[in-house]
Design a protein around this ligand. Structure first.
Ligand code: NAD
Ligand code: MN
Length: 505
C-alpha cells in the first residue's frame, strides 16, 4: 500500500500495477514514504479523465469568476496546511525548512491567488475594429487549450506544481501534473488535499508520480493532450519538443541556465557579495537561474573575491529541518557525485578552488556526509572553461574578471543559455544600460532571485520557450479565436467581396 496515492479522475488510487517506490530524506538516506508508481496505463487513464472533464465536464463552461473562487480555495487550503506542506517539502528534497516556510509554500499559495486575479481581471472577449468592412462586428475570444500536462523538476517541486496547475485551471483547461521522482510528495499531497476538500470536479486535476521515460513521455506525446509545459533540463526539453511535435501541441519550456552576475566597480561591495553568495549558493545552487558566473571588474576584483571567500566559509551546513541551517543536503547523493565530477574538472581546467572543493568534514550524527557539499569557488576562470559553460546544478561558483562594461556584456552573453542574471552597481543608469544588453529573461539589479507571480519568468536561447507568471503566463494557457459577424440585415452591398471569387454567385 502506498502512503502517497495518485490522483486520477477525482479518486486517490494505487498504480494499476500495484507498484510503489520509496521517497527518501536525502540528508539521512531514510525512507519517508512509499509512493504509488504510475506507468503508461495510469497515465492514459489520467489523460482520458482530463479529456472527458474538458470536453464533457462542467469545467470548460465555468465562468472565470467561478474558477477564480476555486483557485482561491486552493490557495487557502495551502495556507491552512502550511506547516505540514513545508515539512514534507524540506524532508523530501533536502531544501531547508526556512526556504520551505518562507518561499515555497507561501509562494505556491500566492501563485494560485495571482492566477485567480488573472482570470477575473482579463476579459474573455475583446471587441475589434470592423475594418475593412465597417458594418461587420469583430471580436476575439481567449479560450482554453483543453488538456494541459505539466512535467516538473525536483528542485522546487511545490512551487513548480503551482506554476503548472494554477494558470491551466484559471484559463479553463484541465491538467495532468507529474513531479520528479526524487520529490513527488508535495505535489501528491496537494492533489490529496484538493480531492479531500472536493474543490474541483473529477478529472480537472490529476497528479501522477512515476518515471519520466514512461509517464513523462506519454504526457508529452499522447494525442489527447493539447499543451505541454515542461520545466527541467535542456536535454529533456529538446525531447519534449520532439514528442509534442507529433500532434503539433503547444509547448512551453523552462530549461537550464548558467547565469552571469556582473559586479561593476562602483557597487557597494558588501551588498554585492551578499547578492553573489545568495545568487549562487541558495538551495545549494540547485536553482535554474542561479548566478553561477560572477563577473567582477578588475579594479575591485581582489577585494571582492576575499569578501566572498570570507563569507562563504560562514554558511552553515546541516540538517534541512533545523531552522539554523543555511544549506541542507543536495537532492540526492548522485547530485553530489555530479558536483564532484565538475569540481575535479575545474581542478584540471582552472586549478585549486579558493574555498570548498569537498564534502563537509563533520556533520551531526545521523547525517550522510555523501549527500552534502561545501560552497565552492573557483577564481580567475576563463569563460570558455567547461565549468563556466555547463550547468552544474550544485554549489559551485566561477569568478571571472573583466575590464570594461562592454567586455562584461560580451562574457555574460557568451553562453548557450539566457535565463537570469544580475548587475551590482551604485549607478542605476549604468546598471540598466548593462541589463538591457544582457540576452536573458530576467535581470536583477542590486539583488538576485527575486521572483513573484506578477513578474514574467523564462528563458532566452536554450533556456526555454515562453514565459510563466505575469499576464504572459496566463495567456500561455489560452488560444485566441477571432469571430467575424456580418449581420444578415447588411444586405448585398456589404458582401461585394464575394466578387473576388465571381460576380455570378
Ligand atoms: P530533468 O530534465 O531530468 O527532469 C525534469 C522532469 O522531466 C522530471 O519530472 C522527469 O521525470 C521528467 N523526464 C525525464 N525524462 C523525460 C522524458 N524523456 N520525457 C518526459 N519527461 C521526462 O531535470 P531535473 O534533474 O529534475 O531538474 C534539474 C533541471 O531543471 C536543471 O537543468 C534546471 O536548470 C532545470 N530547471 C529549470 C527551471 C526554469 O524555470 N527554467 C526551473 C527549475 C529547474
Ligand atoms: Mn526525496
Amino acid at each position: 500500500m502506498a502512503d502517497y496515492k495518485l490522483l486520477i479522475d477525482g479518486e486517490l488510487v494505487e498504480a494499476a500495477s500495484g507498484e510503489t517506490f520509496a521517497s527518501t530524506n536525502p540528508g539521512t538516506g531514510e525512507k519517508i514514504a512509499d509512493v504509488a508508481k504510475a506507468g503508461r496505463e495510469d497515465t492514459i487513464r489520467a489523460l482520458e479523465a482530463a479529456r472527458r472533464a474538458f470536453d464533457e465536464g462542467p469545467w470548460s463552461r465555468t465562468t472565470p469568476k467561478e474558477r477564480a473562487e476555486k483557485l482561491r480555495a486552493i490557495a487557502q487550503l495551502i495556507t491552512d496546511n502550511q506547516a505540514e506542506l513545508s515539512e514534507i517539502e524540506a524532508l523530501d528534497g533536502g531544501g531547508t525548512i526556512r526556504k520551505a516556510m518562507l518561499a515555497d509554500v507561501p509562494g505556491a499559495a500566492s501563485t494560485f491567488e495571482w492566477y485567480a486575479r488573472m482570470a477575473e481581471e482579463n476579459d474573455e472577449q475583446v471587441e475589434l475594429e470592423g475594418s475593412p468592412f465597417p458594418i461587420s462586428q469583430n471580436y476575439k475570444r481567449y479560450e482554453p487549450y483543453g488538456v494541459c500536462t505539466g512535467i516538473i523538476p525536483w528542485n522546487f517541486p511545490f512551487i513548480m506544481a503551482s506554476w503548472k496547475v494554477a494558470p491551466a485551471l484559471a484559463a479553463g483547461n484541465t491538467s495532468v501534473l507529474k513531479p520528479a521522482s526524487y520529490t513527488s510528495l508535495s505535489a501528491l499531497k496537494l492533489g490529496q488535499l484538493i480531492a479531500e476538500a472536493d474543490i474541483l470536479p473529477p478529472g480537472v486535476l490529476n497528479v501522477l508520480a512515476g518515471p519520466g521515460g514512461t509517464v513523462g513521455e506519454e504526457m508529452a506525446a499522447n494525442p489527447l493532450v493539447d499543451k505541454t509545459a515542461f520545466t527541467g533540463s535542456t536535454e529533456v526539453g529538446r525531447r519534449i519538443m520532439q514528442l509534442a511535435s507529433g500532434t503539433v501541441k503547444a509547448v512551453t519550456l523552462e530549461l537550464g541556465g548558467k547565469s552571469a552576475n556582473i559586479v561593476l566597480d562602483d557597487a557597494d561591495l558588501d551588498i554585492a557579495a551578499a547578492a553573489v553568495l545568495f545568487g549562487t549558493f541558495f538551495h545549494n545552487g540547485q536553482v535554474c537561474e542561479s548566478g553561477t558566473r560572477a563577473l567582477v571588474q578588475r579594479k575591485v576584483y581582489d577585494e571582492f573575491v576575499s569578501l566572498l571567500v570570507d563569507r562563504a566559509g560562514k554558511i552553515v551546513i546541516g540538517s534541512q529541518l533545523d531552522m539554523d541551517t543555511d544549506l541542507g543536503p543536495l537532492v540526492h547523493r548522485s547530485q553530489v557525485e555530479t558536483v564532484e565530477r565538475y569540481v575535479a574538472l575545474g581542478r584540471e581546467e582552472v586549478g585549486e578552488p579558493i574555498c570548498g572543493g569537498s564534502k563537509p568534514d563533520a556533520l551531526a550524527d545521523g547525517l550522510d556526509r555523501d549527500a552534502f557539499y561545501r560552497p565552492t569557488i573557483f577564481a580567475d576562470v576563463d569563460n570558455k572553461a567547461k565549468i563556466a559553460q555547463e550547468e552544474i546544478f550544485g554549489p559551485v561558483l566561477c569568478v571571472i574578471p573583466f575590464d570594461t562594461d562592454d567586455e562584461a556584456v560580451a562574457i555574460a552573453n557568451d553562453s548557450i543559455y539566457g535565463l537570469g542574471g544580475g548587475v551590482q552597481s551604485g549607478n542605476l543608469d549604468r546598471a540598466q544600460a548593462v541589463a538591457s544588453r544582457m540576452r536573458t529573461g530576467t535581470v536583477w539589479i542590486n539583488d538576485y532571485h527575486m521572483l513573484a507571480p506578477p513578474r514574467p519568468f523564462g528563458g532566452y536561447k536554450q533556456s526555454g520557450v515562453g514565459r510563466e507568471l505575469g499576464i504572459e503566463g496566463y495567456r500561455a494557457y489560452q488560444q485566441v479565436k477571432h469571430v467575424y459577424v456580418n449581420p444578415e440585415t447588411a444586405g448585398r452591398d456589404n458582401h461585394f467581396h464575394f466578387a473576388v471569387l465571381s460576380a455570378n454567385i
